[in-house]
Design a protein around this ligand. Structure first.
Ligand SMILES: Nc1ncnc2c1ncn2[C@@H]1O[C@H](COP(=O)(O)OP(=O)(O)O)[C@@H](O)[C@H]1O
Ligand SMILES: C=C(OP(=O)(O)O)C(=O)O
Length: 343
């Protein structure tokens, strides 16, 4: 049995045919069988849990078993888009997207929980979508309707647009009203030590062809349209477990504002060791001392050890991609490698 909230989430995310269209609908482009909590057989070869999402591109069918996660249908379709779109020269992206009043478009890449929804929802800009987009020669369009926001510590002051979006008809998932009756663990419960997670294209779970192919398309589109790329920390700063804090959302928003305004193109930068990242020395509204990560760590040896450890993990992670050649030469892979950490 599928709970109503799963159905609502799916129909909100997809284009709903009108009654007239339904009369002569013909053969669907794709058929999804979602069996809700009915499990898969975990004793099947390669099955590691009682949840499975099986996709058959030739039959144009998907079977979802053993999960009531509301987004599973649309995330499954996201994988299908990662197969179909690149074939048409369109780049599919795990990103949020918004547009400034002058028509400038920004994409926000990141794994789940890294603030695609939070930052693409910006009072001064138009929201295109929070999670799944396509970049074609005609511009950026969103794949799914609706938005999926992490509600931990949500407040009217800090995130007014998202706060106001919660009204009748909103589906709340994994929400605990009363700590005493809580049955599910919170997303961050039980996490003691942050672990480095690498996910190609910020969405390894969804991509269908080699990640370098998506990377090549991204490079081509960024060069063609003169887009700039920025790495913004929306996560931890100032130490590993037991010390440090998550960067304040208000500071992150100021950093994003400075990027949108173009002011950072002419700022002063300091290059950090190992990763070679260039970090602006000043951003209006953000304390300068938090911009350089080393300043925020009281344990300087801990900082250097962690920097080297992370650089090693980066290099190791990329090893599996280095043999893939794209185009006549291997230059794109070489360029990506050159931009990585220098040990
Ligand atoms: N500095 C920060 N920048 C962005 N988000 C932050 C920051 N600190 C905390 N958060 C919180 O992190 C969460 C990000 O979740 P969300 O935007 O739903 O991520 P995603 O859309 O990438 O899955 C939100 O609850 C947001 O309030
Ligand atoms: C969790 C989801 O996406 P994300 O956290 O990447 O925004 C989702 O849309 O189901």
């Amino acid at each position: 049995m599928i709970p109503a909230f799963v159905v609502i989430s799916c129909s909100d995310g997809c284009i709903r045919p009108t009654a007239e269209e339904l009369e002569n609908f013909g053969t669907p482009d794709f058929t999804i069988y979602n069996a809700g909590q009915f499990p898969c057989n975990r004793y099947t070869h390669y099955m590691t849990s009682s949840t499975s999402i099986d996709l058959n591109l030739a039959r144009k069918e998907m079977v979802i078993l053993g999960t009531q996660y509301a987004s599973e249908t649309k995330k499954g379709l996201f994988s299908v888009m990662h197969y179909l779109m690149p074939k048409r020269g369109i780049l599919s992206l795990h990103s949020g997207c918004n547009m400034g009043k002058g028509g400038d478009v920004a994409l926000f890449f990141g794994l789940s929980g890294t603030a695609k929804t939070t930052l693409s929802t910006d009072h001064n800009r138009f929201l295109i979508g929070d999670d799944e987009h396509c970049w074609s020669d005609n511009g950026v369009s969103h794949i799914k309707g609706g938005g999926y926001e992490n509600c931990i510590d949500l407040s009217r002051e800090k995130e007014p647009d998202i706060w106001n979006a919660i009204k009748f008809g909103t589906v709340l998932e994994n929400i605990v009203f009363d700590e005493h009756t809580r049955e599910v663990a919170g997303i961050e419960d039980g996490i003691k030590e942050p672990t480095a997670t690498f996910s190609a294209c910020f969405g390894a779970a969804f991509i269908m062809i080699h990640p370098i192919k998506y990377a090549a398309m991204l490079v081509e589109k960024m060069q063609k349209h003169g887009a700039t790329g920025w790495l913004v920390n929306t996560g931890w700063s100032g130490g590993s477990n037991g010390s440090g804090n998550r960067i304040k959302l208000s500071y992150t928003r100021k950093i994003i504002d400075a990027i949108h305004s173009g002011i950072l193109l002419n700022a002063n930068y300091i290059k950090i060791d190992v990763f070679g990242l260039e970090i602006p020395t000043d951003i209006e509204g953000v304390p300068s001392e938090i911009l350089q990560p080393m300043n925020t760590w009281s344990d300087k040896n801990g900082y250097n050890d962690t920097l080297l450890k992370l650089a090693g993990l980066f290099k190791k992670n990329f090893e599996v991609f280095t043999n893939y050649k794209i185009g006549e030469d291997n230059s794109l892979t070489e360029e990506i490698l050159a931009a990585g950490p220098n040990l």
